[in-house]
Write a protein of this length. Structure first.
Length: 264
């Protein structure tokens, strides 16, 4: 599968995994259509790339009612969307009992509903074109639960259920669906995680800095997309997430005993 000349829409593209995946696609000859709240940050990150291969859209994905118009604008201006990479999201660090309902709602709006809305309008376009590939960054939090992440895990579990069901529905329409579930990756996601009050956690003390480099994560994601995998865990082989998934599946009692002690 060649990515040369393909139009790739990427959300959450101003930093982290979204930025790295976009740059990896550019190195393969793709044209990237980038969506994030900060257009200045995106332009600065991609200033060394040919302008004709990079397009920027400043948009807050929690504005669910505006997503249809955004996709319509992109299709009008670029004609074709070959791959959608749903990457935007925000993490959480706070217990459910102390969290405001607004925090839970904010996480679900961005991490789940914005993905559903993006997929809804892009899927219609792909079906009309007779081809397309939808890729979504979920997280191992959608595979195994942990403390302090009730809303985040809920959103990520929901994405797995949604896309596993959708994959069956579109199986005969030449639409591919890939879920990539990162473990610990060296990004700022832990720093920006929402606390019980809704303020950013502000610290990088949960092992992310010792995780897979964002560049290595991007290469693994591209490999999963190229292979049209249904699902791929994106992490170091030594990541505790891999052990956690195995224990959750085969030794659930042991997993839940250990999960009480892990600061994920």
């Amino acid at each position: 599968m060649s990515f040369y000349g393909k139009n790739i829409v990427i959300t959450g593209a101003s930093s982290g995994i979204g930025e790295a995946v976009a740059k990896e696609f550019l190195s393969l000859g793709s044209k990237v259509i980038l969506i994030a709240r900060s257009i200045d940050k995106m332009k600065d990150s991609f200033k060394n790339y040919p302008a004709e291969n990079v397009s920027f859209y400043s948009f807050d994905l929690t504005n669910l009612d505006g997503i249809e118009g955004l996709i319509s604008q992109i299709i009008t201006e670029h004609k074709q969307i070959d791959i959608l990479f749903n990457n935007a999201g925000i993490s959480q660090f706070g217990q459910f009992q102390g969290s405001s309902l607004k925090v839970i709602n904010d996480i679900m709006q961005l991490d789940y509903f914005s993905v559903v809305y993006m997929t809804k309008y892009v899927l219609e376009h792909m079906i009309k074109n007779g081809t397309g590939h939808i890729v979504t960054n979920t997280s191992v939090a959608g595979k195994i639960p942990s403390r302090n992440r009730t809303a985040y895990s809920s959103a990520k579990y929901a994405l797995h259920g949604f896309f596993d069901s959708l994959r069956i529905e579109v199986a005969n329409q030449n639409i591919d669906i890939t879920l990539v579930a990162p473990g610990r990756v060296d990004t700022g996601i832990g720093i920006s995680a929402l606390t019980e009050s809704g303020k950013p956690y502000g610290k990088n003390d949960r092992g992310h800095s010792n995780g897979l480099s964002v560049q290595s994560a991007a290469k693994k994601i591209i490999k999963a997309i190229k292979s049209k995998k249904r699902e791929a865990i994106i992490s170091k082989w030594s990541d505790i997430a891999n052990l956690g998934i195995m224990l959750r599946n085969f030794f659930p009692s042991l997993y839940f005993a250990l999960a009480k002690k892990i600061k994920a």
